[in-house]
Design a protein around this ligand. Structure first.
Ligand code: NAD
Ligand code: ZN
Length: 254
């Protein structure tokens, strides 16, 4: 498909949608300076065995290794700002077109951009929980203090290690976010898939669910994804450039 045709087809789908949803992954945030996990040279998967340090088993066995690994990611995320792709989704929600954002990201940039309906399948850094007494803490304050002191965060009450409320390998997805995401996927008549390799299950089942329930699929991802063959429109382009182009296309069509 020619680039111009693809844009006008995507704009037509978005305009006609009564229930537009977006499913986002790490690729929507790379333009904000947060590396994804799978692109070559991103670094995040290279430093250590991720299945070990970023798993709940690894965390329990050696929280220090987890905190060493998470340090640069936490610093980058706390400093990051939403980019034009996040802003475009916030705009689509504000004008009443976009009904939900389902994200695998833990970076909170959709909310910082202004989106109000965001289902975070892999948790977030807003809170941290004591691994022993389950008291919850302000996650950003805990991480800022950790970045400053380098001490593993501990509970004020029982002195056990605190775990940021992000979902590690081997953990269940948060049930409420998952249910909301499944409902949004079933109701969606158009789903924008943005910056996800769709290789991380079970989150990657959400777009399949939307497809099975009849949603049209628009993919915006630098590389091929596992669903390109099932999509109605595919862009292998930078989401931070393409999404604002779609917004301009929408405005011109109105
Ligand atoms: P992924 O790393 O598997 O895939 C990211 C995809 O985005 C890649 O296919 C890449 O080609 C594409 N991409 C990169 N930059 C892009 C751009 N500018 N425009 C369009 N596409 C771009 O990411 P994933 O599928 O989200 O899975 C990784 C897991 O790691 C997620 O589950 C998430 O929880 C976690 N993670 C989160 C963050 C974050 O919160 N920002 C960052 C890294 C990893
Ligand atoms: Zn405690």
């Amino acid at each position: 498909m020619e680039a111009v045709d693809a844009i006008s087809k995507a704009v037509t789908l978005i305009r006609s949608a009564r229930n537009l949803a977006a499913f986002t992954g790490a690729g929507i945030s790379t333009a904000s300076g947060i590396p994804d996990f799978r692109s070559p040279n991103s670094g995040l998967w290279e430093a250590a065995d991720p299945m070990l340090v970023a798993s709940i088993f690894g965390f329990r066995a050696n929280p220090g290794a987890f905190f060493d690994w998470v340090r640069p990611l936490a610093k980058t995320i706390l400093d990051a700002k939403p980019n034009p792709a996040h802003m475009a989704l916030a705009h689509l929600e504000r004008i009443g077109i976009l009904k939900a954002v389902i994200t695998q990201n833990i970076d909170m940039l959709h909310q910082r951009a202004g989106n109000q309906i965001v289902y975070e399948l892999h948790g977030h850094f807003r809170e941290a929980t004591c691994t022993h007494c389950f008291r919850t803490f302000d996650g950003e304050a805990i991480l800022q203090e950790f970045l400053r002191s380098r001490d593993i965060p501990r509970c004020d009450t029982c002195n056990s290690v605190l775990k940021p409320n992000v979902i590690l390998f081997g953990e269940q997805l948060p049930i409420q976010a998952l249910r909301h995401a499944q409902d949004a996927a079933k109701q969606a008549d158009v789903l924008l898939i943005i910056g996800s390799s769709l290789e991380v299950a079970p989150a990657s089942e959400i777009p399949l669910l939307a497809r099975r329930h009849g949603a049209k699929i628009v993919i915006i991802n630098l590389e091929q994804t596992l669903m390109d063959g099932d999509a109605d429109v595919v862009f292998h382009q930078d989401a931070a450039q393409l999404l604002p182009e779609l917004i301009r296309g929408l405005e011109q069509a109105n």
